[in-house]
Design a protein around this ligand. Structure first.
Ligand SMILES: [Zn+2]
Length: 150
């Protein structure tokens, strides 16, 4: 949940930077809200635009790194777990859901330029399935550690 993205080739992008900036912007909005003037209200909106801009930059960077990794590994398909109801299942915040949708969109159009297909797959077993031999077992995974039992 504190990981924004993980690839089957073993790279993690943590959500730490994302969460850090969300808290920062939240604080700024909070103190402006207390101020309550019209000037403060307009500033809250500009903080929102800055926040969105920063997050989009971050997600662009991650999507570029994802594509680079796919190309290095000769991948022709990038499969995303379909996390449509991630929020209900894991209690992930709205921000995470937004970040995921955004990241998916960026990867999808950038991958196309490199002839890589992007699709969504059922997340049910992807975290337990070995990407090399296909062996699927809950004990393959211990938190963020993955070791195929076969
Ligand atoms: Zn295996």
């Amino acid at each position: 949940m504190n990981t924004l993205a993980v690839t089957s080739t073993g790279t993690f992008w943590t959500g730490d930077e994302f969460d850090h900036w969300r808290r920062e912007y939240e604080k700024r909005r909070g103190s402006l809200q207390q101020c309550g003037t019209r000037w403060a209200h307009e500033n809250i909106q500009s903080v929102g635009r800055k926040e969105e801009g920063r997050f989009k930059l971050m997600l662009h960077r991650i999507s570029n790194e994802l594509i680079a990794e796919a190309r290095e590994n000769g991948c022709t398909v990038i499969a995303f777990e379909d996390l449509t109801d991630i929020r209900d299942r894991s209690g992930a915040s709205w921000g995470h859901k937004w970040a995921f949708d955004c990241l998916y969109e960026y990867v999808e159009y950038k991958a196309e330029e490199h002839g890589i297909t992007v699709e969504q797959v059922d997340p049910e077993n992807t975290s337990r399935r070995c990407s090399h031999c296909g062996f699927t077992h809950p004990d393959n995974r211990n938190g963020e550690e993955f070791e195929c039992l076969k």
